[in-house]
Design a protein around this ligand. Sequence first.
Ligand SMILES: NC(=O)C1=CN([C@@H]2O[C@H](COP(=O)(O)OP(=O)(O)OC[C@H]3O[C@@H](n4cnc5c(N)ncnc54)[C@H](OP(=O)(O)O)[C@@H]3O)[C@@H](O)[C@H]2O)C=CC1
Ligand SMILES: O=C(O)C1=N[C@H](C(=O)O)C[C@H](O)C1
Length: 257
Amino acid sequence: MTQPAPRSADPIRVGVIGARGRMGAEVCRAVAAADGMELVATVDAGDPLAALSDAGVEVVVDFTHPNVVMDNVRFCVDRGIHCVVGTSGFDQQRMAAIGAWLAPKPELGVLLAPNFAIGAVLSMRFAELAAKYYESVEIIELHHPRKADAPSGTATHTAALVEKARAAAGLGLSPDATTAEVDGARGALVDGVRVHSIRLSGLIAHQEVLFGMAGETLSIRHDSLDRTSFMPGVLLAVREIRTHPGLTVGLDKFLDL
Ligand SMILES: NC(=O)C1=CN([C@@H]2O[C@H](COP(=O)(O)OP(=O)(O)OC[C@H]3O[C@@H](n4cnc5c(N)ncnc54)[C@H](OP(=O)(O)O)[C@@H]3O)[C@@H](O)[C@H]2O)C=CC1
Ligand SMILES: O=C(O)C1=N[C@H](C(=O)O)C[C@H](O)C1
């Protein structure tokens, strides 16, 4: 349920966790330069999370690591701090846990956004729309080689959306006659969809969803060429989260899509 935006003209007090990382540093710059918000606390590995509550943070932005993000979200929810989370590594079990933490705090919002780039959000929606029309689908995600997790959160989320649309249309697995395979050659099976992860110097974040049927294919590709591509989405989420209580998955829920 969307509530009216707070009337206060006071800037939103923002804290960043993972502030010295690739994304966190970019978020700190974007928040510091944005109208209507103030960067009041930054935390990275080894720093106490109490710096956030001590500084009166209202909205935290987390770009850390799948291994630590749940502790960060728990800390913030317990202290009534809204969370905008870009860190990957969320599954249904993790989402259910966050939902349970939020249950006694009906005013509090947590956004888990697999991808903040507008084109990535659109491409996931396009893939969801296309899914029911095609017999075959596979996903290729391509990232910089310092990425810790594979497949990417974006690919995992896309696979889930595509699978749901295929299941609703009565489609099963994509046809595949492979009977002899070198381990990994056919990628990972995520929600019944093959996902192939490329790690390559020079890349930032890219994804291609390939659909096929007799006589035609469709490729839906998005490329983040710079981490600035994620910043408009992050700033939008910081502005919106206080009026979107509960757990939200996907930036599309904050857009007029
Ligand atoms: N949703 C989206 O649009 C996007 C999501 N991401 C995701 O964001 C996450 C971060 O990516 P990226 O910035 O490239 O990664 P980085 O490794 O560059 O940054 C992560 C930062 O978090 C720090 N950190 C680790 N543990 C903690 C902790 N317990 N408390 C506070 N800080 C901690 C790391 O410190 P140290 O290095 O010392 O461990 C590091 O400085 C990944 O999961 C990635 O997939 C990335 C881009 C876009
Ligand atoms: O690690 C990254 O860089 C990215 N991670 C997110 C993901 O796992 O999908 C979003 C984007 O792809 C960049």
